[in-house]
Every structure is written in structure tokens, then in C-alpha cells.
Design a protein around this ligand. Structure first.
Ligand code: PEP
Ligand code: MN
Length: 451
């Protein structure tokens, strides 16, 4: 009889991060409570399985080779309160509408990944927040503490890691239902165009495109094409793999291959503030087999990029590593070329994706964090220019958007103004594109891709 491996053997490598400095971790007040939570997460059901992660890796390999485009997006920070059918549906719907625009107008297969079902933890620029003389821990996302500025809410609570798992489970269940249960059928493309969006100019433009798709589908049917291929879409989920006390106990070994996967989401990324080469996050990510991404800000040098490739993708596995560039509209044209050139010279099969959100944030006179739609467009443009110049592939976009009619970013077709931001500012963290701004952007990116 073969012996079952002991648990300590299984986690031997995935806990190697503990010997390294882990940035941006909350100060959990009660180590015993945290240990209990970790134990329960070890017993918890995985949210994704290895075969799906491998399938996504295969798709991202196509992105790296220039044969597909990645559309990744969702909230800056999901909240537990937003785990609702309507809210999840609207986000899926927005992403599907944008993907359809890109797919149809740019004639490129689109890989769809939500910033969903796990995006509950946030890195912060300051560990505390002071208001009216009172200093409390900063809000680090619903996975850690509460948003209201009260001492009890802001104290990190490890039980929230269990609620995170529950919220992510509920969300991924809805995502799977929407994307495979008929809702994502291409014949529903008109139905995704609802409420306030349908009445906007970009909504009308989208409706015209959906009509063309209908006609194409009718033509295909008349040709005898198998209609089942349009019935479901492949949709993946991703989040920043920030809280290692959550991620590590959810690592599972794939019995078929013996490889270990983070089962909290299909793809995990390392944020700009935690990508230290000697830090805990890079170490943890080097031990999991999922497709992974790393954010690259304007200060990134090419040596760091090459070392990240060696640490995270030593096998040069297509689709394993994606770089998400977030340099700001003013810097991307200057800073990105060297990184892309050196990576290409190395022959590393990475996918390059533009996050035009995080390098373009500023504070409005009202104190609200915002971004200009025009800066967002300009950064994507700069990203495309760099890749066109070098003959490499602009592989996709990574965005913060929501399905609602929020007023968090200024500009766009509906012209949200600086003064109008407070009307419907709902984000607990960074400003997101609303649905019309998201669709506007999709049309613009499709044009850039075609050029
Ligand atoms: C984010 O994606 O919300 C984020 C914090 O990004 P970055 O790590 O690039 O700053
Ligand atoms: Mn953000």
C-alpha cells in the first residue's frame, strides 16, 4: 500500500515565503484565531481546478504569440455587500459587451478574465488613516477590515478571510451560471445592452454592431454551422494574490501531475507594491503553477524584469507570465521600450498588457480620487505605439470598471465632470470606468488594434 503524503510534505514548498519579508500584510491581532482560519481554509473547497488554469495558460500563450487579445477587468476592490445577482450580472455583461466589440471590430479572439471572485484585498500607500484627529488602520479591503471609519471596523479580523472564500464562491458560481447557462449566447448580445447604456450614443453604436452580428449568425446558420459554439463563453477570474495567509492554505496539488495550484482564482497577479524580487510574494508565486501576472510601474528597470522572468518563468512556459504595464500616459512611451526589447532579446514568451488606470490617478479638488478618460486612452495608445514600433504584440488591457452608472472617472462620451464626481461615487478604493465609458474605450481600443 502506498502511503498518503503527509500534509507537511505538501506545504513544504508553498510556505517558503514565510522566510521572506511580506509587504502589505495586515497586522492580525490574534495569531491563534488566524491559525484556526488557516486550518479551515485548508479544508475548504477549491474555487478553480488545475485543468482550467492550464486552459487559461494555453490561451495566454496565444496572447503572447500575438494570436489573441486579453481583456481583464472589474472592480478595484470587490465588496461582500456586492455579492448579488444584479451586480455580478452587470459586471459580466459589461465585460462581454466590451469583448464582443473587440472581437468583432478588431477581428481578434478575446480572452476574458474578470477582476472578480477574489478581489477583496488592497495594498495601501499608508498603513493608517487620520480623520479629525483620530488615527485608525487604513481600509485594506473587505478581506481584512471594514470600510467605515470606526475602530472596531478597521481592526483586521481573520474571520473575514473565511467570508472572502464564501463571497468568492458565491460570485464564481454566478459567473459560471451566466457564462455557460445561455445568458452569454451571442444571440443575447442585444439583451446585454440595457438600461442607461442603451440610450447613450455608444449604446446605439453597440446595438448596430449587435445587429450585424445577428446577421452574421443567421448567415452561418444558413450555411449549416454548429450553433453550439456561440452558446457559452470561456470566462476566467483573477485577483491580486496579496494576502498570503489566504492564498497559501488554498494551494492544492493536482493529483494528475503533482503540480501545485493556487485554487482561489485562475490567474493571480503581484501588485506594483509587492513585486520585490527577494520578497514573500515573488517567492510564493514561484511555487504555484497558475498563470501569473506582475504589475510594472514607471520605475521598473529592465534588470528587474529579466530577474522576474527567471524567478517566475524559469521554464519559459508560454502563457505562464503576463506583464501588466501601468506607467501613466506621460511615461509609457519613454519607459516601456527598453523593457520590451530586453525581454524579446531574451526570447521569453511573456504576454504584455496595458493597465492604463493606475498610473493616471489624481485627486480632484473635492478630495475624491479620479482618472481622466483621455489619459486612459492616451496610455493605451502609447502602449500600442511602443509595440508597433518594436514589432511586438500589444496583448491586451487590464481595466477597472463596473457595470453601473457611476461617476468616478472624468470625461468619456457622457462627459462626467470634476464637479459631478460626487453624484454617484461608489468605489471603496480606486475610480472605475462606468459602463458607457467602458464601451467607449472598447471601441477606441478596437480601432487602435486594427490600425
Ligand atoms: C490595483 O490593481 O488595484 C492596484 C493596486 O494596482 P497596482 O499594484 O498596479 O498599483
Ligand atoms: Mn486599483
Amino acid at each position: 500500500m502506498t502511503q498518503e503524503p503527509r500534509r507537511s510534505d505538501l506545504v513544504e514548498h508553498v510556505d517558503s515565503w514565510r522566510a521572506r519579508p511580506a509587504a502589505q500584510q495586515p497586522e492580525w491581532p490574534d495569531p491563534a484565531a488566524l491559525a484556526g482560519v488557516r486550518e479551515r481554509l485548508r479544508e475548504a473547497v477549491p474555487l478553480v481546478v488545475a485543468a482550467e488554469c492550464e486552459q487559461l495558460k494555453y490561451r495566454l500563450g496565444a496572447v503572447a504569440r500575438g494570436e489573441a487579445f486579453l481583456l481583464q477587468g472589474g472592480d478595484c476592490a470587490e465588496t461582500f455587500a456586492d455579492v448579488r445577482e444584479d451586480s455580478v450580472r452587470r459586471k459580466v455583461q459589461t465585460l462581454l459587451q466590451m469583448a464582443l466589440v473587440l472581437q468583432y471590430a478588431a477581428s481578434v479572439p478575446v480572452v476574458k478574465i474578470g477582476r472578480m471572485a477574489g478581489q477583496y484585498a488592497k495594498p495601501r500607500s499608508k498603513p493608517t488613516e487620520t480623520r479629525g484627529g483620530l488615527t485608525l488602520p487604513a481600509y485594506r479591503g473587505d478581506a481584512v477590515n471594514g470600510f467605515p471609519f470606526e475602530a472596531a471596523e478597521r481592526t483586521p479580523d481573520p474571520d473575514r478571510l473565511l467570508r472572502m472564500h464564501q463571497a468568492a464562491s458565491g460570485t464564481i458560481n454566478l459567473v459560471r451560471a451566466f457564462t455557460t447557462g445561455g445568458y452569454a449566447d451571442l444571440r443575447q448580445a442585444h439583451a446585454w445592452n440595457q438600461d442607461f447604456v442603451a440610450r447613450s450614443p455608444v449604446g446605439e453604436r453597440y446595438a448596430a454592431l449587435a445587429t450585424q452580428i445577428d446577421q452574421a449568425l443567421n448567415f452561418m446558420r444558413a450555411c449549416g454551422a454548429d450553433e453550439r459554439i456561440q452558446h457559452a463563453v470561456e470566462f476566467y477570474v483573477s485577483h491580486e494574490g496579496l494576502l498570503l495567509e489566504y492564498e497559501e492554505p488554498l494551494v492544492r496539488e493536482d493529483p494528475a501531475t503533482g503540480r501545485r495550484y493556487a485554487t482561489s482564482g485562475h490567474m493571480l497577479w503581484i501588485g506594483e507594491r509587492t513585486r520585490d524580487l527577494d520578497g514573500a510574494h515573488v517567492e510564493f508565486f514561484s511555487r504555484i503553477a497558475n498563470p501569473v501576472a506582475v504589475k510594472l510601474g514607471p520605475t521598473t528597470d529592465s534588470d528587474t524584469v529579466l530577474r522576474l522572468i527567471d524567478r517566475l518563468d524559469p521554464e519559459r512556459e508560454p502563457g505562464r507570465l503576463t506583464f501588466v504595464v501601468r506607467m501613466g500616459a506621460g511615461q509609457v512611451r519613454d519607459r516601456l521600450p527598453e523593457l520590451v526589447e530586453k525581454t524579446a532579446a531574451e526570447g521569453a514568451p511573456v504576454a504584455w498588457v496595458s493597465d492604463p488606470m493606475h498610473g493616471n490617478t489624481f485627486e480632484a479638488p473635492s478630495g475624491l480620487k479620479t482618472r481622466r478618460f483621455d489619459d486612459i486612452v492616451d496610455e493605451v495608445k502609447g502602449f500600442f505605439e511602443v509595440h508597433r514600433e518594436l514589432g511586438t504584440h500589444p496583448g491586451g488591457v487590464h481595466l477597472e470598471f463596473t457595470g453601473g452608472d457611476v461617476t468616478e472617472c472624468v470625461g468619456g462620451g457622457e462627459e462626467v465632470s470634476l464637479d459631478g464626481l460626487s453624484e454617484r461615487y461608489e468605489s471603496t478604493c480606486d475610480p472605475r470606468l462606468n459602463r458607457t465609458q467602458s464601451l467607449d474605450l472598447a471601441f477606441l481600443v478596437a480601432e487602435m488594434y486594427r490600425e
